[in-house]
Design a protein around this ligand. Sequence first.
Ligand SMILES: NC(=O)c1ccc[n+]([C@@H]2O[C@H](COP(=O)([O-])OP(=O)(O)OC[C@H]3O[C@@H](n4cnc5c(N)ncnc54)[C@H](O)[C@@H]3O)[C@@H](O)[C@H]2O)c1
Length: 362
Amino acid sequence: MRKLKIGVIGAGSISELHFQSYLQNNDVEIYAVCDLNEQRAQDKMKKYNAETYYTNYHDLLNDPQVDAVSICTWNNSHAEISIAALDAGKHVLVEKPLCKTVDEALRVEEAVKNNGKVFQIGFVRRYASNTKVLKSFINSGDLGEIYYAKASNLRRLGNPGGWFADNERSGGGPLIDLGVHIIDLCWYLMGKPKVKSVTGNTYSKLGNRSNIKNLTFYQAADYDPDINKVEDLSNALIRFENGASLVVDVSYTLHIKKDETSIQLFGEKGGAEIEPELLIVTEKNDTIINSQPQVDSLAFDFNQAFQNEIDDFIKCCKGEALTLSPVEDGIELMKILCGIYESSEKGKEISFENLKHRIQKA
Ligand SMILES: NC(=O)c1ccc[n+]([C@@H]2O[C@H](COP(=O)([O-])OP(=O)(O)OC[C@H]3O[C@@H](n4cnc5c(N)ncnc54)[C@H](O)[C@@H]3O)[C@@H](O)[C@H]2O)c1
């Protein structure tokens, strides 16, 4: 069978993980690269032995050789490129978040329906091995009904700057960038319950703290200390129709002793942690038991998760599976994220029944 020809659009930091994972997949060939930055596109083309490169994504999509694309661009172009790619008859793997607004998400869904191509969102945490193990315990009823989840991803110093710090291109700060991962993971593990309402707060109290010395932190390639147009902290309470609730907080910077990531789920029969490490809490013979599955990686293994995500995408393209992270789930996540931003702006809880989508100009 002919190998699928892949085009990668957006050749920045995260594209590395896409390229590396495609490289390990025997059913594909890395065929084309596209980036607004010509040098970057050319460098990646050479590094991954691709056949050609483009600086305009329309040209890549017009290339009939391309079967499928990874979209690894700034958030403001995810919807536009996804729709164009689907309309051009390509299978699409788009990075998280799906886009910036609910309206955009609905337009992507329309294109998915019209074109019948594979459309997968890069909710990479769903594909992690420790998530798969926990999901199997949940599916076999070990936690019972999950009624509460709690997730934190708090960076004390970590606004990546560049486009991440520019609301127009990113759609927001840590909530849309980091919150999307942990909210999605909890929601997915809770069995994707219907959202009833969200309430949240965002704060821009500390700025990007480019003044801090003697402490290194990740910076985007185009870091600019003067770009600082996103929140630096967000928290939220998400209520579900089945009575369950999810509490979240995320930051790019905060006066906290050290970075903290924790994700916990609580059910009627047991509980679980997936961050910082997989752990299951149950009760047996009137005794509480903390049990640790014996697996290669109890923690989130980024490279393995990406490999699983890309391998699954290719299986879907070959018609051998249905995607684990479809467009409908991306729409729900956009409703939650935009609902939290709207709640913060209005200072009140947003009911999903009459959610007025926060519209942003893409
Ligand atoms: N899954 C994850 O864990 C994860 C981690 C990091 C980033 N991401 C997501 O990946 C995407 C890219 O993030 P990044 O960290 O690689 O950013 P980056 O700035 O390193 O790279 C983005 C690249 O896209 C290019 N680009 C932007 N708009 C373009 C367009 N219209 N056409 C062609 N090229 C375009 C830029 O020139 C840049 O080279 C974002 O959506 C981000 O949220 C996901």
